[in-house]
Design a protein around this ligand. Structure first.
Ligand code: GAL
Length: 434
């Protein structure tokens, strides 16, 4: 069957399933001058941030007709299926949302992305984007994407009201014992049935990943280098310890369900849950709901990860087959610019990927996060958000964790995770314990 027909069938099926949203900008413009972008930013905060970014582009290129295609589903798991179908069909758009690190490798290896060293040089990006971020946009020493943000993953969000009503001293929530003690109080004193928010499977994997980090940066480094791959020994025992902690964690959640991350964040906004481990895109939802940081909500770091910064970085690129490659390049220039990032990130919850951000445009959470980023002892790339491990590992990990949320079988999950590491090819050597 012709590639484009396959693409049309898949896309039609997704659209019929109620998934994909398409919005057009500057509808009166001629359709030959176009920019077509795919992304998964559909929650309230995400959409507001994305719109702000497109507005910056549109202010610089008012004649261009922008087509936005959004595929709902946090963290882009549903998106991946759509974008891969486009890639297979030879129909990639002008740019698409893609995490830094491993996530871009299949496209680069298939020679589908334009090398962007000249853009990085022309825009002076090397001087303003920290090396830890820039390196994740490279493959074999060359740039293939530009970052729009830096999200932090190891954050515990909490409702200040629930914490106060439950008599919890948040300063004690620096260890897992302290955290679980606080959950017990939220339940017994605060009357919160499920103190910890937990939604669909990737959110469960997200929480588990933070527990892996809490086992120490050396263990995390082993994990993202594919060395947690034996069913006995020190690494295996640490993996088992992480799963045991996770089992206790799950006992304070509602368990297996299909709620989106933003639905679970809204429970904090409504004071019906106490805590939620989620990346700082959650900040965008609090802001969208009109809540004020330090008044209604606050954060603490995931227990045991205080000096660490978990990295989740969104990027864009220029596919070689981009129908409008000049517009794609202009989009990348806007995405990586100070103006673009300072419009997008204050609403998104992330910090700018640039060191010259105008912090007066950012709220207090992000000002704190910016200073934490500068002083963090360790940075670790997220597996669940596509950076730290090959796609096969990320996708199957989610399934294993999903099963674990249902059956709490530590031995089965630990064995499956260790064996999984041997089924994929680890090509990046992470050095995160300098
Ligand atoms: C992450 C993405 C963020 C945010 C989040 C929830 O993977 O990098 O920008 O959108 O998923 O959808």
């Amino acid at each position: 069957m012709e590639k484009k027909i396959i693409y049309a069938i898949i896309l039609t099926a997704v659209i019929a399933g109620g998934g994909v949203g398409i919005t057009y900008w500057a509808l009166t413009q001629p359709s030959t001058d176009r920019l077509e972008i795919y992304h998964w930013w559909t929650s309230g905060g995400e959409a507001a941030a994305y719109d702000a970014l497109v507005k910056v582009y549109q202010s610089q290129y008012p004649a261009t007709y922008v087509k936005n295609v959004s595929v709902p589903g946090g963290a882009g798991y549903a998106f991946l299926t759509v974008i891969k179908a486009l890639a297979l069909a030879g129909a990639l758009p002008d740019a698409f949302q893609m995490h830094a690190g491993y996530e871009g490798h299949p496209y680069i290896e298939a020679d589908m992305l334009t090398q962007l060293d000249d853009l990085w040089t022309a825009q002076g990006l090397g001087a303003v984007i920290p090396a830890v971020v820039g390196d994740m946009c490279k493959y074999n020493g060359h740039y293939y994407s530009v970052p729009v943000n830096i999200h932090r993953t190891n954050v515990v969000w909490y409702s200040k009201k629930v914490i106060a009503d439950s008599g919890i001293d948040i300063n004690n929530v620096t260890t897992w014992d302290g955290f679980f003690d606080a959950c017990k109080k939220a339940k017994d004193i605060g009357g919160i049935t499920y103190p910890i928010g937990l939604g669909e499977s990737w959110t469960a994997a997200h929480a588990f990943e933070q527990i892996v980090a809490s086992e120490g940066i050396a263990f995390y480094e082993e994990w993202v280098n594919g060395h947690v791959n034996e069913t006995s020994g020190t690494n295996y025992n640490t993996l088992v310890a992480a799963l045991n902690t996770y089992a206790t964690y799950l006992s304070y959640t509602q368990g297996s369900n299909t709620n989106s991350w933003d639905t679970e964040t809204k429970k904090l906004i409504a004071n019906t849950s106490a805590f939620n481990i989620m990346g700082d895109w959650a900040n965008g939802e609090f802001l969208k709901a009109g809540q004020t940081f330090l008044v209604e909500y606050n954060v603490t770091q995931v227990p045991g990860t205080n000096n660490m910064y978990g990295l989740c970085i969104d990027t864009f690129q220029t596919p070689k087959e981009a129908p409008h490659s000049t517009n794609s390049r202009h989009w990348l220039e806007v995405v990586s610019s100070k103006a673009g990032q300072d419009a997008f990130n204050p609403l998104k919850g992330s910090i700018s990927a640039r060191t010259d951000a105008d912090l007066t445009k950012y709220g207090p959470y992000q000002q704190d996060a910016t200073s934490d980023f500068k002083t963090a002892t360790y940075m670790f790339p997220s597996v669940v958000h596509g950076s730290g491990a090959p796609e096969g590992f990320k996708v199957e990990l989610q399934n294993i964790i999903s099963q674990f949320v249902s059956d709490l079988n530590v031995g089965t999950a630990a064995t499956a995770i260790a064996n999984l590491a041997n089924t994929v090819t680890w090509t990046t050597v992470w050095d995160i314990t300098p």
